[in-house]
Ligand binder design. Structure first.
Ligand code: SAH
Length: 397
């Protein structure tokens, strides 16, 4: 086993619970920079005190993931099994809940092992690999999943790291193939899921609590859902009795996928009560401002970065300006639900910025509720781990 020294501040961070090691955290980065993916290393401080064990798995700015602070732990299928078993136990209430058949089963470093996430779609499994290092141990994971008492019907995977031209980035791995779409339930809302076909499967489980909140608040309200993708928030609002919803997304695929989600929930997809607009959100906001329309509830869940033909959006720099407009088009007595999944946008900074947007809008706005990641997305103390913040503002005159 090879030993590598970390700089002082880095070994303190690891001691405090952070799992991600960057190349520049090592005293001698040149000694390790060419290490093979998946290699296991011991890390120590400069005085040779053992600090933990890690595996090499390059992803974004990260280089390796700490998987244990104990000298005795052996990197093995048994260790993976223990982490997986603990993750399953943490989700027992979701597994026992017949109204929810889709959720995150294993959340990378938050469940003890970085570089991988595993989602549960009604007995079908979707694995996301974020580094080649994590992927090196694919066989252990597949065995553990197939041997588990969860009754896994089939497994799909998506490789979110650079791969060769001849390799497939996503697809079916083993077991039965899922119906396309596979219908899963989330607190009895139904959603159509397509496994193995796209980078996104149709639903982001991390917004479950927000969808539930929207469903509970929406009775009688006109709801505008921006960056709507498959209309998951609109479906929740409509099930909650919204008077009408408008879903706006620039991607053509959103039209059919959103209609389908309304239809499987026995909701109108006739473009009157649940309208779907395939267009740029920023053009739509301009149109709403020009026509002096306003809404009882505005939901906005943009990607961290987006580039369309006419606009470039970066959450960190452009959210304030967009939120100012969103407050303007929210009726007095209405709600504005603002979400960011940018890990560098801290909750405090996001609140500060949205308060500023409120001031700029000339409306009186009040933060009344906030959401972070739900229980099936446990996080580590790494700064990138708690990436989601959703703020609910009440708007008055
Ligand atoms: N809110 C969604 C998830 C959003 S995913 C949900 O609840 O599931 C991000 C979406 O933003 C994608 O569907 C993408 O097509 C869309 N998008 C990105 N830039 C856009 C723009 N400028 N105008 C409209 N949609 C945009």
């Amino acid at each position: 086993m090879k030993c590598f020294y970390l700089k002082d501040f880095a070994s303190q961070r690891i001691q405090a619970g952070e799992k991600l090691i960057r190349l520049e955290d090592f005293e001698a980065p040149d000694d390790i920079k060419d290490a093979p993916e998946g290699m296991i290393i011991f890390i120590t401080d400069r005085s040779h005190n053992f600090k933990g064990q890690a595996f090499v798995g390059r992803q974004n700015k990260g280089f390796a993931w700490v998987f244990s602070l104990n000298l005795e732990d052996l990197w093995s299928k048994e260790l993976f099994s223990i982490y997986f078993q603990e993750a399953v136990e943490r989700r027992q209430s979701l597994l026992d809940d017949p109204t929810t058949t889709g959720f995150r089963l294993f959340n990378g470093e938050g469940d003890g092992l970085g570089g991988i996430s595993i989602d549960w779609y009604d007995h079908f499994i979707q694995i996301n690999w974020y580094s080649k290092g994590a992927y090196e141990y694919r066989d252990w994971w597949l065995e553990i999943l197939l041997e588990s008492p969860l009754e896994v019907a089939g497994i799909y995977e998506t490789k979110r790291f650079p791969i060769g031209d001849s390799e497939k980035a996503m697809g079916h791995v083993t077991g039965k193939e899922a119906q396309q779409p596979l219908i899963i339930k989330e607190q009895n809302r139904k959603y159509a899921i397509y496994l193995g076909q796209d980078w996104m499967t149709g639903l982001f489980f991390d917004q479950r609590e927000v969808r539930q909140y929207i469903q509970e608040q929406a009775k009688g309200l006109s709801v505008l859902n921006l960056f709507s993708y498959t209309g998951a928030f609109s479906v929740a609002a409509s099930l909650g009795g919204a008077s009408n919803t408008i879903s706006v997304d620039v991607a053509n695929r959103s039209l059919e996928l959103t209609k389908e989600n309304f239809l499987i929930n026995q909701l109108d997809a006739d473009n009157l009560s649940n309208e779907i607009r395939i267009m740029d959100v920023f053009d739509y906001i301009d149109y709403v401002k020009r026509s002096s329309k306003d809404f009882d509830m505005v939901v906005c869940d943009p990607p961290s970065f987006a580039r369309t033909k006419r606009y470039v959006f970066s959450a960190l720099t452009d959210y304030i300006k967009m939120a100012k407009d969103l407050f303007k088009i929210t009726k007095a007595g209405g709600l504005c639900v603002l979400s960011t999944n940018h890990s560098a946008y801290s909750k405090d900074k996001f609140i500060e910025d949205m308060n500023e947007a409120g001031r700029l809008s000339g409306k009186k706005v009040q933060l009344i509720q906030s959401f972070r990641l739900p229980e099936d997305y446990p996080s580590s103390v790494d700064p990138t781990s708690q990436y989601l913040t959703v703020l609910v503002y009440y708007c008055s005159e």
